[in-house]
Design a protein around this ligand. Structure first.
Ligand SMILES: Nc1ncnc2c1ncn2[C@@H]1O[C@H](COP(=O)(O)OP(=O)(O)OP(=O)(O)O)[C@@H](O)[C@H]1O
Length: 356
């Protein structure tokens, strides 16, 4: 079997290489370059990543190739992110990067020459009724299936996750025992360029600044000013510049460029139990065909270790689903993905974009 490994320079994908070699495979290694760009942003950690990748390749005597997907990333992921922010939404570039770049453009360019593509993601795959499903990782704290919740059935059936059945501590231990060059390296912030730069600078570069009011939601009182609703996200606490906090962003009016806040940890305006998921995407298949709604599910509305319990309903015949959470949810941010799992949080079925 011919395997391509996506190698990042981090410890997880290095151990993925080790695991495959220990099973007798001779995978080919690929580093995806998404780097400096015309706008003057540079990413210094990239050179270090690449050095680590070369060291891992040398250690196992495997070929390493750099695949430049910089333009594709900017055309697809950055454009998506900016458009969402412009509409007042909170995008998730990591989710889109996996779908469009790591398993999209890479597959078209290189991956199609291989039987399987392996990564260091904390996730698993499992077979049920003759189909391959995306399974959660053994280490619940490291589980990354929420970042993979927009991939499709072809992608999932081709993927290998050699570290998905290991705890992070075991991964580190393997790396230390094998004296891998990056054994002690800190965890990366993801491939996404957006995770590595100052987010506000990046947004400012594309959308500029426009002063607007910060208003207390309950009273309508103007408390201060902001430099553009696009710098603020629902659920945000830090960076509001208001005294006497805590203050939380609870709403935004993009037409009038107003950011609404509410005071205190227990302000009810911060919480909700109902989440609307639009354009719902099933990774492998619709598991609820013929079932009576609501169905019991687990879900996440952001990257947290906890899976939350709730009930899912379909809104008519459309691809809109409504989630009713058992526990109050803090800061439901439209634009983020609501990721749905089975009731035992073993299988990730898919995701939809949160909207009001
Ligand atoms: N620049 C890159 N080139 C190739 N593959 C990458 C790159 N960045 C990330 N990946 C792949 O995606 C996986 C998940 O990346 P991410 O940065 O989200 O997580 P991570 O758990 O910190 O992984 P790692 O420790 O391997 O960096 C990596 O393990 C690797 O397989």
């Amino acid at each position: 079997m011919e395997i391509a490994v996506l190698l990042s320079g981090g410890v997880d994908s290095a151990v993925a290489v080790h695991q495959l070699c220990a099973e007798g495979y001779k995978p080919s290694l690929f580093y995806i370059r998404i780097g400096n760009n015309e706008s003057g942003y540079s990413d210094c950690s990239m050179e270090e990543d690449l050095e680590m990748c070369h060291a891992v390749a040398r250690r196992y005597g495997l070929p390493l190739e750099v695949v430049d997907l910089h333009q594709e990333y900017w055309d697809r992921v950055v454009t998506y992110a900016i458009e969402k922010v412009r509409c007042g939404l909170t995008p998730n570039p990591d989710v889109m990067c996996n779908r469009l770049i790591k398993f999209g453009c890479f597959e078209e360019r290189v991956g199609h020459l291989f039987d399987k593509t392996a990564t260091g993601h904390y996730a698993t795959t499992l077979e049920r009724e003759g189909k391959i499903w995306l399974g959660t990782a053994v280490d619940p704290v490291k589980d990354q299936t929420d970042f993979l919740a927009q991939i499709d059935s072809l992608q999932v059936s081709k993927l290998l996750f050699p570290v998905g059945k290991l705890m992070k501590s075991e991964v580190r231990e393997i790396a230390l025992n094998m004296k891998l060059p990056n054994a002690r390296r800190r965890d990366s912030q993801g491939i996404c360029f957006l995770g590595r730069i100052n987010y506000n600078d990046f947004i400012r570069h594309f959308l500029g600044e426009k002063e607007g009011a910060v208003v207390e939601k309950e009273t309508g009182k103007i408390l201060g000013s902001h430099r553009g609703y696009w710098f603020h996200t629902i659920g945000q606490r830090k960076g509001l510049g208001l005294g006497g906090g805590p203050w939380f962003v609870v709403d935004k009016d993009i037409d009038s460029n107003v950011v609404y806040v509410s005071h205190g940890y227990d302000t009810p305006l911060q919480y909700g139990t109902r989440v609307c998921l639009h354009d719902f995407h099933f990774i492998t298949d619709d598991p609820w065909l013929g079932e009576t709604f609501p169905v019991d599910v687990c879900f996440k509305i952001r990257h947290t270790p906890e899976f939350i319990r709730g009930k899912l309903m379909r809104a008519g015949e459309s691809s809109v689903y409504v989630l009713e959470s058992e526990a109050p949810l803090q800061g439901i941010a439209p634009g983020q993905f609501g990721v749905i799992y089975d009731r035992d949080a073993r299988i990730c079925f898919g995701s939809g974009e949160i909207r009001f």
